[in-house]
Design a protein around this ligand. Structure first.
Ligand SMILES: Nc1ncnc2c1ncn2[C@@H]1O[C@H](COP(=O)(O)OP(=O)(O)OP(=O)(O)O)[C@@H](O)[C@H]1O
Ligand SMILES: [Mg+2]
Length: 235
């Protein structure tokens, strides 16, 4: 069963077309990673799903057409987006960031879940009333992910969570993502340049080059693909 069906003829920014004939699916509770170099169009794919760029084509989540909906309605339909770079509000406290993430749900649930996140990740708990900007890069990324999950999404979009993080921090963050994915039925669409860690937690994968999909298949097969290995695994 697929949750998300993407069939985009084209998408981009005003007169600039960035994506061409991008079609793929994300299974219910599945995990898909999209690899690609700088400027390949990875962020644009996520922004198009979230309704932040203009697209021709169709994107459905559980049968609901998302193309043409506002970003607000797409989020309400069950899509949470952790953007590239800072996915947190630096001036707000750690707890406020979490509370904002759950804004469409009953207040009691939101409070309880924010507390649960801070208990689970003590570094967030210790800093609950401090500005999020004081957290380390890895902690901020974790907070951004927790904030997105506070909305209880059907689909979590993650834009290069490893960006700017040290290798050890990246490995830990992906282990946490793997764990969170196993615990919930939230599907994940992850875009990454770090193929090594991303392929390790995904079932399916594809490669985007110059706005087109050039390779796709099970993540394990892409790990063995010579072109992918040379371009994205450095081996
Ligand atoms: N707001 C914009 N207006 C016009 N062109 C844009 C805009 N944002 C991105 N682009 C162009 O779209 C193309 C794809 O950009 P995108 O950000 O999707 O790539 P990416 O794969 O996410 O790259 P990176 O790994 O550097 O984040 C690039 O050529 C970029 O210059
Ligand atoms: Mg990007």
């Amino acid at each position: 069963m697929s949750l998300l069906h993407v069939d985009i003829a084209s998408a981009g920014y005003g007169p600039v077309t960035v994506l061409h004939d991008i079609a793929f699916e994300v299974k219910t509770s599945g995990r898909l990673v999209a690899l690609g170099a700088n400027g390949a169009g990875k962020t644009t794919v996520l922004r198009t799903i979230s309704g932040l760029t203009q697209a021709q084509g169709s994107i459905t989540l559980d049968g609901v057409e998302l193309v043409g909906l506002t970003p607000h309605r797409i989020a309400a339909a069950g899509v949470s987006h952790v953007p590239q770079g800072r996915g947190t509000f630096g001036d707000l406290t750690v707890k406020e960031n979490l509370l904002i993430g759950g804004n469409r749900r009953p207040w009691r649930t939101v409070l309880a879940e924010a507390d649960a996140w801070m208990e689970r990740f003590p570094r967030l708990g210790e800093r609950s009333s401090r500005p999020a900007s004081g957290l380390s890069g890895g902690e901020q990324q974790l907070l951004a992910i927790a904030r997105a999950l506070m909305a209880a999404p059907r689909l979590l979009l993650l834009d290069e969570p490893s960006l700017g993080l040290a290798p050890k921090i990246t490995t830990d963050l992906f282990a946490t993502l793997d764990e969170l994915g196993r615990e919930s039925d939230t599907a994940m669409l992850l875009v990454e340049q770090n193929a090594q860690v991303a392929l390790g937690i995904a079932e399916d994968a594809l490669v985007i080059e110059s706005g087109r999909i050039t390779v796709r298949g099970p993540a394990a097969d892409l790990r063995d693909n010579d072109d992918v290995r040379r371009a994205y695994l450095g081996v």
